[in-house]
Design a protein around this ligand. Structure first.
Ligand SMILES: Nc1ncnc2c1ncn2[C@@H]1O[C@H](COP(=O)(O)OP(=O)(O)OP(=O)(O)O)[C@@H](O)[C@H]1O
Ligand SMILES: [Mg+2]
Length: 226
C-alpha cells in the first residue's frame, strides 16, 4: 500500500533566544504523518509541545529545517501563508478563542466566509451540520458567553473543521473540562478520525486521549520518540 504523507518535518530545529541564552527547544526533529493518522504528543510541561504544534500549524517558523504539507514545502514567510493555513489546518487551542460578538454558528462560519463570501448559504448549512455532529446545534444562536465550557470547546472543534482541513491540530483540547465532558469530546475525535479518516495531531496530558490515538510520541529534551 502506498503511503499518503500529509505532513513531513525535515530536520526541524527551534531555538528561543533570550537576553542571556539560547534555548534549544526542538532539536533536529524528523516526522512523517500519514493521512488518517491520529497522533498524540506527550511530554512534560515545558518540553516544547505547544512550540512544535505551532510550527506544524504554521503559526511560527522553525529556526532551521523544512515543513511539507501535501508534499509542498511551506514557508511561514510566504505571502499566501494565511490562505494555506486557513485551508490546510484546523486548530483547537486549550482555550477556545471564539469571537465574543458572534453567535456559535457565525463563529463556525467565519473561516469559510473569509475565503468565499458568495457561498454563504452553503457555508451556513455545513456549519449547522458540523454543530450537529459535535452536539451543540441546539445552541447555534448563542453567543460564547451564553455557552458552557464544553459547548464552547465543541463550537471551536466545529470551527476547526469547517474548511475540511488536511490536518486537525489539538492543543490540550479538553484541558479545562471535567472528565465526562472530556470523554464526549474524545469520542468526537475518535469518530471523525475513524469515519472520515481525518488526520489528527493532539498534544495532551490526558491518558484517555492518548489511548484513543493510534500512535503516541514523547517529546523530551527536544527529541521526539515513540
Ligand atoms: N517566546 C518564547 N521565548 C522564550 N522561551 C520560550 C518562548 N515560548 C516558549 N518558551 C520556552 O520554551 C519551552 C517550551 O514551551 P512550550 O510552550 O512549547 O511547552 P509545552 O510542552 O507546551 O508545555 P505545557 O505542557 O506546560 O503547555 C518552555 O520552557 C518555555 O519557557
Ligand atoms: Mg503547551
Amino acid at each position: 500500500m502506498t503511503k499518503n504523507i500529509v505532513l513531513e518535518l525535515k530536520n526541524i530545529c527551534k531555538n528561543y533566544s533570550t537576553k542571556t541564552e539560547t534555548l534549544e527547544i526542538i532539536k533536529n526533529l524528523n516526522l512523517q504523518i500519514e493521512e488518517g493518522d491520529f497522533i498524540s504528543i506527550l511530554g512534560q510541561s515545558g518540553s516544547g509541545k505547544t512550540t512544535l504544534l505551532n510550527l506544524i500549524g504554521l503559526l511560527d517558523s522553525p529556526t532551521s529545517g523544512n515543513i511539507y504539507i501535501d508534499n509542498e514545502n511551506i514557508s511561514v514567510n510566504s505571502s499566501n501563508i494565511d490562505l494555506v493555513r486557513n485551508k490546510k489546518i484546523g486548530f483547537v487551542f486549550q482555550f477556545h478563542y471564539l469571537l465574543p460578538e458572534f453567535t456559535a454558528l457565525e463563529n463556525v462560519m467565519i473561516p469559510a466566509l473569509t475565503q468565499d463570501y458568495s457561498k454563504k448559504k452553503e457555508i451556513e448549512k455545513r456549519a449547522l451540520e458540523l454543530l450537529k455532529e459535535v452536539g451543540v446545534d441546539h445552541r447555534a444562536n448563542h453567543k460564547p458567553t451564553e455557552l458552557s465550557g464544553g459547548e464552547k470547546q465543541r463550537v471551536a472543534i466545529a470551527r476547526a473543521l469547517i474548511n475540511n482541513p488536511k490536518i486537525l491540530l489539538l492543543d490540550e483540547p479538553t484541558g479545562n473540562l471535567d472528565n465526562e465532558t472530556s470523554e464526549k469530546i474524545f469520542n468526537i475525535f475518535k469518530q471523525i478520525n475513524s469515519k472520515k479518516r481525518q488526520t489528527i495531531i493532539t498534544v495532551t496530558h490526558s491518558r484517555e486521549l492518548a489511548e484513543i490515538s493510534n500512535k503516541k510520541l514523547f517529546l523530551k529534551k527536544g527529541i521526539l520518540s515513540e
